[in-house]
Design a protein. Structure first.
Length: 265
């Protein structure tokens, strides 16, 4: 997929006049202001909303940040006087989004911020995971070790991907990394608890899971007998019964895992 993001260093250069031979009662501004208006400042987990950035003149670029431009991303193209960006958030609580724009001559606007409150709504909180079985469990994944050495077993971890907007500047959704677990060396107990990670998702949205044997990081071996090297699941079938543990089985690859969740009141 073609990426539209442009990562910046955070060190911004401003142009200014070097001509001090005449009185400058109306100096050329080195910055300008923008407006940022959200379609809603109170949303629920995963709900899409928009932010419209406007200025009296033509904007050549727009940047946004979640940490007041310690890190940032943006797109530099001809936006004209208005551009509507799309967002969806899944961290319950208050999130501040910061914006800047650019004009011709490498002129940057001052920072404009918006505070958005994310409510839980009907979202499910994912709090834990247990892998019961996978293809090749209790067998050798690291053949450099004899079977008498527990290091021959898989060093297991999993990852969750979640469908999110491609970027604020374009339509469409893609699966992106949502959570990566710690590694259970030599299989361990294959149980993870992560209640403090605040992983909220609407029950009908898909979670894409991959299961890996860590081997010379960042390399690893697929434990899902791919392709595909993932399995998809969601919680939509359980919105009435609301169990706290849900078992998913894929007998064709001897995969079974249990997900622990908390349901909204």
């Amino acid at each position: 997929m073609k990426k539209l993001f442009v990562l910046l260093t955070g060190f911004l250069m401003f142009s200014c006049s070097s001509d001090d031979s005449q009185e400058n009662n109306n100096p050329t501004p080195t910055t300008f202001t923008i407006n940022a208006v959200a379609s809603s400042t109170a949303v629920t987990v995963d709900q899409e909303f928009t932010v419209t950035i406007t200025n009296d003149g033509n904007m050549t670029g727009i940047l946004y940040s979640y940490d007041n431009f310690v890190t940032e991303a943006g797109l530099f193209t001809g936006f004209g006087t208005s551009k509507t960006l799309k967002f969806n958030l899944d961290k319950v609580g208050v999130t501040t989004i910061y914006f800047k724009a650019t004009k011709e001559g490498n002129v940057y606007s001052s920072v404009k911020s918006l505070t958005v409150t994310v409510n839980r709504g009907n979202a499910v909180k994912v709090t834990g995971m247990q892998v019961v079985s996978f293809s090749g469990i209790n067998t050798t994944w690291d053949p450099e070790y004899p079977t008498t050495n527990p290091n021959h077993l898989a060093d297991v971890y999993f990852g969750f991907n979640k469908s999110t907007l491609n970027s604020p500047f374009e339509d469409g959704y893609s699966f992106r990394k949502w959570y990566t677990s710690s590694v259970k060396q030599n299989q361990g107990d294959l149980t993870w608890s992560f209640a403090t990670e605040n992983l909220y998702i609407q029950p009908e949205k898909t979670i894409r899971m991959g299961l890996v044997d860590e081997d010379n990081p960042p390399l690893g071996q697929d434990l899902m007998v791919g392709p595909p090297d993932y399995r998809d699941f969601n919680f939509s079938a359980y919105t009435t019964t609301k169990p706290n543990t849900i078992t998913y089985s894929y007998p064709e690859i001897n995969l079974e895992f249990i997900v622990t969740v908390e349901w909204p009141n």
